[in-house]
Design a protein around this ligand. Structure first.
Ligand SMILES: Nc1nc2c(c(=O)[nH]1)N(C=O)[C@@H](CNc1ccc(C(=O)N[C@@H](CCC(=O)O)C(=O)O)cc1)CN2
Ligand SMILES: Nc1nc2c(ncn2[C@@H]2O[C@H](COP(=O)(O)OP(=O)(O)OP(=O)(O)O)[C@@H](O)[C@H]2O)c(=O)[nH]1
Ligand SMILES: [K+]
Ligand SMILES: [Mg+2]
Length: 463
C-alpha cells in the first residue's frame, strides 16, 4: 500500500447510510483534473479556482451528460491540506445512492479507491503528523466519553509527540557531548567525566520516561473505559441500577424474573471515570432456552469485566445463588451492592462479612436513589483515588506506546548497569542510542511497512 505512493485516491468520507450531506473526498495530483471532468456549472473550471474555496455546481457523467447530483465542491491545494496533497471534497446530498454514484464516477475518471485510513496515512507519510497523532485520529473517532475524547485531542495536537521529541533531543545532545569528550581527550579524567555525564542524564531521562509510564494505567482507562459488569440473580435490581447510573430508562425493568435476556452495553462517565457498563441477565438455573443463553453471556461478561458490581437483594436472605456469585467474583475488583434498603432487611451486613471485606460493601435503593452518590464515589475512588481532576496531564494510553516506553526505560537500565560495571564508554553509548531509536519508533520514525499497514488498516474507510 505504501509503495503505491502518489496516485489520486478517493473515498466516501461521511458515515455510511442516510444523512443530510455526504462527502466524497479526493486527494492527489490529479484531484482537480478528475473533479473538472465531472463538475459542471456553465464553463467554470475547478482547476482554476483559488485554494480553500467552495463552489456550487452539478456532478454530471461526462459520457452521457446525465446529471447525478447537485453539490458543493471544496477545492484545497497542497501543501496546506489534511494530506499535504491537493484535496477536492464533493459535498453531495446524503444518502447511499448519491454518494456511491459520485464515488463510482470519480473512480471511472481516474481516481483509485482509497484504502481504510489512507488519507491519514498520507498525512503521516507527507510529514504533516507523526504516528502518535495519526493514532489519535483513530482514537478520536472511537472515543465514547468526553474524557477519552479529550485525551485523543491532546494527542492529536502533538502533546505526546512533543514530550517524546524533547526526550530524544536530550539524548542526542548528550551523545554529542560524549563525542566531543572522546574527540578531545586532553584531560586525564575525561573518561570519568563522560561516565558521570551519561549517568546523570540517564537518571533524568529515565525518570521522565517512567513518569510517563506511571500514567499508563489511568491513560488506558481514560481511553478505553473500565469494562464493568452488573451481575446478580434475577430481580435484584441490576437494570434499575444501570438506569440510575445513566439517568435514563434505558433497560427494561419489571418485577418479572428474567426480564433482561441479553447483555445491554452503555458507555458512561462517572466523575471523570469512563465506564463501559454491561447490564446482564440475572444468573440462575433455567429451563428457558433463550434465558439460558443470556445467563451464559452474563457469565462471560463477568469473566471479562475489570470491575464487577454484584447486586444482592437485602430484603431477602442470602441464597445459594448469591453465595455462588460471591465466590465466583472473589478475585475480581468488585463492589457488593446491598440493594432495596427501602424494604425491611433480611440480610445483615454483618453476615456478609464472612464472605467479603467491609469496604467492598455499599447499600442502595433504586426506589429512593439512596446510595447512588456513594456508589459513584466508590467507583471513581477505586480507579483514581482523587486524582481525576488532572485535566492537563499527558497520559499514555496506547499499548504500542507503553511497550516502547518500557523498552526505552530498559535500555537506560542497561546504560546504568554498564556504568556500574565499568564498561567502556563506546559500549554504553550503544544502549543510550538504542533508547533514542526506540523513542523514535513511538512517533513513527523509520516505521516498517508492516506496522503502518497494520495500524492504518484499523481505520474507517475515507479517513
Ligand atoms: N470537510 C472536512 N472536515 C473535516 C476534515 C476534513 O478532512 N474535511 N477533517 C479530517 O480529519 C477534520 C479536520 N482536520 C484537519 C486537519 C488538518 C487540516 C489542514 O489542512 N492542515 C494544514 C493547514 C492548516 C492551516 O490552514 O493552517 C496543515 O496542517 O498544514 C485540515 C483538516 C475534521 N473535519
Ligand atoms: N423496593 C425496591 N424495589 C426495587 C429496587 N430496585 C429494583 N427494584 C424493583 O425490583 C424489580 C426488579 O428490578 P430489575 O431492575 O428489573 O431487576 P434485574 O436484576 O434487572 O432483573 P432481571 O433482569 O430479571 O434479572 C422491579 O420491580 C424494580 O422496580 C429497590 O431498591 N427497592
Ligand atoms: K426483573
Ligand atoms: Mg434486568
Amino acid at each position: 500500500m505504501i509503495t503505491r505512493g502518489f496516485d489520486t485516491i478517493a473515498a466516501i468520507s461521511s458515515a455510511p447510510g442516510e444523512g443530510a450531506i455526504g462527502i466524497v473526498r479526493l486527494s492527489g495530483d490529479d484531484a482537480l483534473a478528475i473533479a473538472d471532468k465531472v463538475y459542471k456549472l456553465g464553463q467554470k473550471k475547478l482547476s482554476t479556482q483559488d485554494s480553500h474555496t467552495i463552489h456550487y455546481g452539478h456532478i454530471v457523467d461526462p459520457k452521457d451528460g446525465q446529471e447525478i447530483d447537485e453539490v458543493m465542491v471544496s477545492v484545497m491545494r497542497e501543501p496546506k491540506t489534511f494530506t499535504r496533497e491537493d484535496i477536492v471534497e464533493i459535498n453531495t446530498h446524503g444518502g447511499i445512492v448519491a454518494t456511491n454514484r459520485v464515488l463510482e464516477l470519480v473512480l471511472r475518471e481516474g481516481a483509485t479507491l482509497a484504502e481504510p485510513g489512507e488519507f491519514t496515512k498520507r498525512a503521516f507519510i507527507n510529514g504533516r503528523i507523526d504516528l502518535t497523532q495519526a493514532e489519535a485520529v483513530m482514537d478520536l473517532i472511537r472515543a465514547k466519553t468526553d474524557r477519552s475524547m479529550d485525551l485523543a485531542v491532546k494527542q492529536l495536537d502533538g502533546k505526546l509527540s512533543n514530550l517524546i521529541e524533547n526526550l530524544r533531543q536530550d539524548i542526542l545532545n548528550t551523545l554529542a557531548q560524549v563525542e566531543v569528550n572522546i574527540d578531545y581527550p586532553e584531560y586525564d579524567d575525561v573518561e570519568e567525566m563522560t561516565l558521570k555525564l551519561l549517568g546523570e542524564k540517564t537518571t533524568i531521562i529515565k525518570d521522565r520516561i517512567d513518569g510517563l509510564l506511571s500514567t499508563a494505567k489511568q491513560g488506558k482507562i481514560l481511553r478505553d473505559g473500565i469494562s464493568t459488569a452488573i451481575v446478580g440473580r434475577p430481580n435484584v435490581g441490576k437494570s434499575s441500577l444501570l438506569n440510575a447510573l445513566l439517568r435514563e430508562e434505558k433497560a427494561i425493568v419489571t418485577d418479572i424474573e428474567g426480564t433482561t435476556r441479553d447483555t445491554v452495553e452503555e458507555y458512561i462517565n462517572i466523575r471523570g471515570v469512563p465506564l463501559k457498563l454491561v447490564d446482564t441477565a440475572g444468573i440462575r438455573d433455567t429451563e428457558d432456552v433463550v434465558e439460558r443463553i443470556g445467563v451464559e453471556r452474563s457469565k462471560k461478561a463477568l469473566m471479562e469485566a475489570e470491575l464487577v458490581l454484584l447486586l444482592l437483594n437485602q430484603s431477602e436472605a442470602l441464597t445459594a445463588g448469591d453465595r455462588e456469585l460471591l465466590s465466583l467474583t472473589q478475585d475480581h475488583k468488585r463492589i457488593i451492592i446491598m440493594n432495596k434498603i427501602d424494604l425491611p432487611s433480611q440480610l445483615l451486613k454483618e453476615s456478609l462479612l464472612e464472605w467479603v471485606e467491609e469496604d467492598e460493601i455499599i447499600a442502595t435503593s433504586m426506589m429512593t436513589q439512596e446510595g447512588i452518590d456513594a456508589l459513584e464515589e466508590k467507583i471513581a475512588d477505586y480507579f483514581f483515588s482523587g486524582q481525576s481532576g488532572e485535566k492537563d496531564a499527558t497520559y499514555v494510553s496506547n499499548a504500542r506506546h507503553i511497550d516502547l516506553l518500557q523498552k526505552a526505560s530498559q535500555s537506560l537500565d542497561e546504560v546504568r548497569n554498564g556504568i556500574d560495571m565499568g564498561m567502556p564508554v563506546d559500549l554504553i553509548q550503544i544502549d543510550f542510542t538504542r533508547a533514542w531509536e526506540i523513542l523514535g519508533e513511538i512517533i513513527g520514525e523509520n516505521a516498517p511497512d508492516e506496522l503502518l499497514t497494520q495500524l492504518f488498516s484499523q481505520f474507517c474507510l475515507g479517513k
